[in-house]
Design a protein around this ligand. Structure first.
Ligand code: GAL
Length: 440
């Protein structure tokens, strides 16, 4: 009940945002990346399997974000020339703008044909709990997918025995990418513990290099650092228990994590608040900063946009103290209730969930396929390492990317982090998180 209330609140907030903006689908710096080749009459007609439009709603626009999606759309268009694709992406990392636009549309019974949603709480406590999604169990059976996705992922997109979306990928959130030349020039090695990380950061800072790049114009990038520190302090099991409500936010290990977060924030670039994640990652690419903690969509950005080579120009390691853990972020797409041409949408989901679709999307996106039977030769060393780690690690849900807790809590946590980054007040931070825990 509390969760449903949280969703209603989110929807009301989204309506207010939409009312303040003359064109919500191209809000702020969020250009509308619509690539519709359709025409209105076709769109209005809709269809069951022949000639309608599939509107794909995501936040994958621009650098490091859209290459995978465009490859997937290309593949779909080759297979279904009769179906028109409307790429309705709204820019803004981690769905900062897109989620508000989506909420407005869902509230107005105007769902996109399909939309990007993280597996876990964002899907299940959000749109499924609000009764906005069609179950896809029969579709999974028809496609022969029940043994093609790991059970852990199927669980993340299921509620009360029904499956509600199709995972296209798995991103890892607890990765630190680093500039190899900067490490070499400063004689530092990959740190294997928090203390070593601090030693490395001190050496770099003394040499005039920014140790850790941060771009928290959107607060989720800092929340991501905090969740990784939490994982390191609590270990995988108790990190999960935090989101179940079994561990309190004033647990001494959570307080210790906040203290470490404060220390780590002492090593970031001064202009962090004016940068987005790509601008921050670019500091590492250019050698102005040494490291960045970022989900491995940054790997797509380094390879595709900055033309950097894996293990030559940049290297990577698990966030200190989280080796053996894998912070899971899975982007998924489902079938909203009330779309005009569900059969066309299912054709898209069928390609997105196919081996071919996943192997077109993921090598460009920096993620690994959600399916168990990918063609590993299509992935570079980073992708192959990530696949191996996924199979051999404790899997933990990301807070910053919607899997660990419902949207109401994520919003409050991002706000708390945003304030913490400037005030560095551990007590206040812990109290705010504790007060927000009733949203879990
Ligand atoms: C995440 C999403 C990723 C990537 C990232 C940055 O929430 O799962 O696919 O797009 O945001 O925008």
């Amino acid at each position: 009940m509390k969760k449903i209330f949280g969703i209603l609140l989110l929807m009301v907030m989204a309506l207010v945002i939409a009312a303040c903006s003359s064109d919500s689908s191209s809000s702020d710096d969020g250009e509308d990346a619509s690539a519709s080749e359709g025409n209105d009459s076709e769109e209005a007609a809709g269809s069951d399997g022949d000639g309608g439009t599939v509107e794909i709603f995501s936040w994958w626009t621009g650098a490091g974000e859209e290459d995978g999606l465009l490859a997937l759309i290309d593949l779909f268009e080759q297979k279904h020339p009769d179906i028109t694709v409307d790429n309705a992406a709204v820019a803004g990392g981690a769905g900062t703008n897109a989620k508000a636009v989506l909420a407005t549309r869902m509230q107005g019974d105007d769902p996109p044909s399909t939309f990007q949603v993280h597996g876990g709480a964002e899907l299940n406590e959000g749109w499924v709990a609000a009764d906005k999604m069609e179950p896809l169990n029969d579709f999974y059976e028809e496609q022969g997918w029940m043994d093609k996705f790991p059970q852990d992922l199927i669980d993340l997109v299921s509620k009360d025995g029904n499956i509600y979306s199709v995972p296209v990928n798995v991103h890892r959130g607890n990765v630190v990418f680093y500039n190899k030349q900067v490490f070499e020039e400063n004689g530092v090695e990959v740190p294997t513990s928090y203390d070593e990380f601090i030693e490395v950061a001190d050496t770099l800072q003394d040499a005039g290099v920014t140790p850790l790049a941060l771009g928290d114009k959107e607060a989720w990038t800092a929340t991501q650092i905090f969740e990784n520190i939490l994982l390191g302090e609590l270990g995988a099991e108790d990190y999960r228990n935090l989101w179940n409500g079994d561990i309190a936010f004033d647990d001494e290990r959570v307080v210790a994590a906040a203290e470490k977060f404060k220390t780590v924030l002492g090593y970031v670039n001064e202009d962090h608040a004016s940068r987005n994640w790509q601008d921050a990652a670019q500091l590492v690419g250019d050698g102005e900063a040494a490291m960045i903690n970022m989900g491995d969509w940054a790997k797509g950005y380094f390879s595709n946009d900055l033309n950097l080579e894996t293990n030559v120009d940049f290297g990577y390691f698990a966030y200190p103290e989280t080796d053996g853990d894998f912070m899971v972020i899975t982007d998924t797409f489902g079938l909203p209730k009330g779309v005009e041409n569900p059969e066309d949408v299912k054709e898209f989901l069928s390609v997105l969930g196919s081996q071919e679709g996943q192997d077109a999307f993921n090598p460009l996106k920096g993620s690994i396929p959600a399916r168990v039977d990918a063609d590993t030769s299509k992935y570079d060393e980073y992708g192959q390492d990530a696949m191996e780690d996924f199979n051999n690690s404790n899997l933990t849900p990301s807070l910053a990317h919607g899997s660990a807790a419902a949207e109401g809590f994520v919003t409050k946590a991002n706000q708390a982090v945003n304030i913490f980054v400037t005030q560095l007040d551990v007590e206040n931070f812990i109290n705010t998180l504790k007060n927000a825990a009733n949203e879990l």
